[in-house]
Design a protein around this ligand. Structure first.
Ligand code: FAD
Ligand code: PYC
Length: 416
């Protein structure tokens, strides 16, 4: 892995940053690969990295129709936590949380993971009961989560208003101290650079347009850069999962919705943690650059538009100002949307499909960034061994036939 000295930094700064080596190659696609991963977001790149690193499978291509991280990986608000209700989900998301802690070292790339704490506000008796139930369940699974009184919540996050006269007064909060944020682009770039160094071909501007089958096997992919034959295929395309699955002749229990976010002008550090409120439908943190990072729920209608409706932004900012009146004079700078892939039980699909050599990683909906390292790690295992790891076994596609659903709508929080 390359390392740069202070002299390299200084030399490049003085020469207009034109002499940096490429972080990853830009190869022409080969006619055949042992494994092809469709989708160059964080999950796809992480899968390729762990295939090479942990399973010795290096004859791998990642095909990305645009640029790396240009999908939801580069559009999300980077909240990381593992405070989900069910045992299966706790194991899944905490597997990822543990990997986050060592990820910068693993990739030799600073992903800026910051465990500043994620606080979820309760505004009515029902919220209090739901959050306490999550806290008890989390603790039984060895996952940190604790109850705070309104005064303790304010001490943890001083800008928070705990005015009892508010429309939705804060009645307490659930705090996961190990939760936090990371730098989303760095996650994609770090995995890309490390996968490339292990021999993975990362091919951008390469859209998969058709999936060729022979019986119950995928034999080749048609792409905008030619036909690619392959032994195994992983679909990791988030909001476009149904589109790709349909190319293979599969119908998924997934709906795709726009999810929006926005950022303010940058200001000095004022906001120490992440705060989410399901009831008023808003969440907020502050990036290391200084902008407030704000979001809310999905649009109400399925769509592939990456913009979203203006009323969502207005509603979100009203909610933020009720909780944090000190921000009333902040200016908002940018708004965007991403297309999220939502399953009926708000849990992901991570495993095999009815086709012998086709694997699915999707359905993370509004909350997959936090899972990126764990998802890639488990998906690589599944593809390499042709069987799920015990952690992702419950997240099989056939749970929508058997009825063994893992309902995480409450833990999915503000977003839906
Ligand atoms: P993506 O990053 O979307 O990657 C999929 C890639 O597949 C894309 O780059 C796309 O271009 C490519 N692709 C699609 N079709 C094709 C094709 N035919 N051929 C080749 N390539 C193709 N999650 C959290 O945990 N915390 C959060 O705070 C959070 N906030 C969010 C806020 C917003 C506004 C949004 C939109 C999402 C948020 N999420 C959050 C969800 C999270 O972003 C996603 O679950 C996660 O990033 C999905 O990663 P991915 O790698 O699977 O998908
Ligand atoms: O999953 O924590 C989350 C989340 C926050 C905002 C969008 N998703």
């Amino acid at each position: 892995m390359r390392r740069y000295s202070i002299f390299t930094l200084a030399r490049n700064a003085l020469t207009g940053h034109r002499n940096w080596p490429r972080a990853w190659r830009s190869p022409e696609p080969r006619p055949r690969y042992e494994v092809v991963i469709i989708g160059g977001g964080g999950h796809g790149l992480a899968t390729a990295y762990y295939l090479a690193r942990e399973h010795g499978i290096r004859d791998v291509a990642v095909l990305e129709k645009g640029w790396l991280g240009g999908g939801n990986t580069g559009r999300n608000t980077t909240i990381i936590r593992s405070n989900y209700l069910h045992d299966e989900s706790a194991a899944l998301y905490d597997h990822a949380l543990k990997l986050w802690a060592g990820l910068s070292r693993e990739l030799n790339f600073h992903v800026m993971y910051s465990d500043r704490g994620v606080m979820m506000l309760a505004h009515n008796t029902h919220d209090v009961r739901i959050f306490k139930r999550h806290i008890y369940a989390n603790r039984l699974n060895g996952i940190d989560n604790e109850w705070l009184t309104p005064e303790e919540a304010k001490a943890y996050c001083p800008p928070l208003s705990i005015d009892r006269g508010a429309r939705y007064p804060v009645m307490g909060a659930a705090l996961q101290r190990r939760g936090g944020v990371a730098r989303h682009d760095a996650v994609a770039w770090g995995y890309a650079r490390a996968a490339d160094a292990l021999g993975v071909d990362i091919i951008q501007n390469c859209e998969v347009t058709a999936i060729r089958r022979k019986g119950d096997r995928v034999v080749a992919l048609e792409t905008t850069r030619g036909t690619i034959e392959t032994g195994k295929v992983g679909i990791v395309v988030a909001g476009h999962s149904s589109v790709l699955a349909e190319m293979a002749g599969l119908r998924l229990p997934i709906e795709s919705y726009p999810l929006q976010a926005l950022v303010s002008e940058p200001v000095k550090p004022v906001f120490p943690c992440v705060v989410m409120s399901n009831t008023v439908h808003a969440y907020i943190s502050q990036s290391d650059k200084g902008d407030l990072v704000i979001g809310a729920g999905t649009d109400q209608y399925v769509s592939y538009s990456q913009r979203g409706g203006i009323q969502i932004i207005e509603h979100t900012l009203e909610a933020i100002l009720e909780l944090f009146p000190i921000f009333s004079r902040m200016r908002m700078m940018r708004q965007w949307g991403g297309i999220v892939d939502v399953t009926p039980d708000r849990s992901p699909i991570l495993g095999k499909t009815p086709l012998a050599n086709l694997y699915l990683n999707c359905g993370w909906g509004t909350g997959g960034f936090k899972a990126t390292p764990g998802s890639g790690h488990l998906f690589a295992w599944t593809i390499a061994r042709d069987e799920p790891h015990p952690i992702n076994a419950p997240f099989a596609l056939d749970r929508f036939v058997s009825g063994r659903l893992i309902d995480e709508a409450a833990a999915a929080a503000v977003a839906h």
